[in-house]
Design a protein around this ligand. Structure first.
Ligand SMILES: Cc1cc2nc3c(=O)[nH]c(=O)nc-3n(C[C@H](O)[C@H](O)[C@H](O)COP(=O)(O)OP(=O)(O)OC[C@H]3O[C@@H](n4cnc5c(N)ncnc54)[C@H](O)[C@@H]3O)c2cc1C
Length: 355
């Protein structure tokens, strides 16, 4: 904390993230009287606000739009006393208790417990057309959005396990799946390459090696119409645009799925002692009993896509948020008991004099 930072207040519980895991945590924490303060981060509502229709979230037989689901959860969390505020957590100092939580704008809070529900951001290519078409024919989640593109030509971008898995999955719906990979060789495990090659043999998947997408064309109303692509025989064509061997062409597709990885949003936990894996995902304890969302630092819990690089679904992230709120509640109750036990005994009242 520097001189310029402004102390705002102390809270029992701060939740970093207002995606489905943060809001699920907030509903439960509110009902446990832990008065959570939820910071929205730079993507209020999280990844679900990027999608039009969520068809697999239990309880909505006709589906529900991502933004509507999130808005409902916000209203529900606020009904139970959660406060939802703008703000990006920049740093958590766990060297002392309570924790010091410093925001990007310099505001400073202290908190007895913190839930990291800050999600993971799908990597994008940062090319023209992306912002307009995300959620309208461009997606980063095949499980979520594949079924919207029955009998369409679908392009998957990537060359790792996720790209192979998504491409295989998308053959259920697509007329043909195309995989565009910027190099000759795939990074994916042999297992996944073999699965894909079986589908190549059946004519369900076509591979476009040494090829990258440089622009997406279409409209939010009509979806993706076609993409501009570049190819160079030695790979990485976008780095060789001026090379005479680089070929540029237009390619018709009905949908594009990026499968180029996710980046977990957890840098603000750096230095706290919370362990993360090599990709940056927070390591929580898991296991069969309570305390599943506990990190290595007592009082810091983690939920949703910031922990989970496997399932990455709304229902699983929401369930994780619920667990984190319950785990935090156990922790806060223990803390209260410890504090009460360490308070000095009250002085015995002086005996009243008879005279
Ligand atoms: C296009 C798309 C469509 C999808 N469709 C479906 C679907 O149909 N069904 C399904 O089950 N799943 C779907 N998913 C996956 C689902 O959205 C995620 O699994 C889920 O949103 C994860 O929730 P989360 O709360 O863990 O993280 P996120 O939704 O990523 O939310 C993270 C939150 O943390 C905040 N944050 C980040 N850093 C900070 C910080 N430093 N300080 C404070 N806050 C911070 C962000 O602003 C955001 O509010 C889809 C994903 C995408 C991208």
């Amino acid at each position: 904390m520097t001189e310029d930072d402004a102390f705002v207040e102390h809270r029992k519980l701060i939740v970093a993230g207002s995606g489905i895991s943060g809001l699920s945590a907030a509903i439960y924490a509110g009902r446990s009287n832990n008065e959570p303060l939820v910071f929205e981060g730079d993507e209020p509502g999280g990844q679900l606000t990027l999608t039009t229709e969520v068809e697999n979230y239990p309880g909505f037989p006709e589906g529900i739009s991502g933004p509507e689901l999130i808005q409902n959860m916000k209203t529900q969390a606020e009904r139970f006393g959660a406060e939802i505020d703008h703000g990006i957590v920049e740093d958590v100092d766990a060297s002392d208790r309570p924790f010091t939580v410093t925001m990007k704008n310099g505001d400073v809070y202290t908190a007895d417990a913190v839930i990291a529900a800050s999600g993971a951001s799908a990597r994008t290519l940062e090319i023209p057309g992306e912002d307009d078409l995300m959620g309208y024919g461009l997606s980063t989640c095949a499980t979520c959005d594949g079924a919207f593109f029955r009998d369409e030509k679908i392009l998957v971008v990537g060359g790792g396990d996720a790209a192979m898995e998504e491409a295989s999955f998308l053959t259920k719906f697509a007329s043909t799946v195309y995989i565009a990979h910027r190099r000759e060789e795939f990074r994916a495990e042999d297992y996944w390459i073999d699965r894909v090659m079986e589908k190549v043999d059946k004519g369900e998947i076509e591979i476009m090696r040494n090829t990258e997408v440089t622009e997406l064309h279409g409209t939010p109303e009509e979806g993706v119409d076609h993409v501009t692509m570049v190819r160079h025989p030695e790979g990485h064509p976008t780095e060789k645009l001026d090379d005479s061997e680089t070929e540029t062409f237009e390619f018709d597709v009905g949908a594009v799925f990026y499968a180029i990885g996710h980046t977990p949003n957890a840098d603000y936990l750096e230095g706290t002692g919370v362990r993360r894996d090599e990709e940056g995902y927070v390591l929580a304890k898991g296991g069969r009993d309570g305390g599943q969302t506990a990190t290595d630092v007592p009082g810091i819990f983690a939920a949703g896509d910031v922990v989970d690089h496997h399932y990455q679904q709304a229902a699983t992230a929401g369930g994780d948020g619920v667990k984190a709120a319950l785990d935090a509640d156990d922790y806060l109750e223990d803390l209260e008991r410890e504090e009460a036990a360490s308070e000095p005994e009250p002085e015995p009242a002086a005996a009243e004099s008879d005279d």
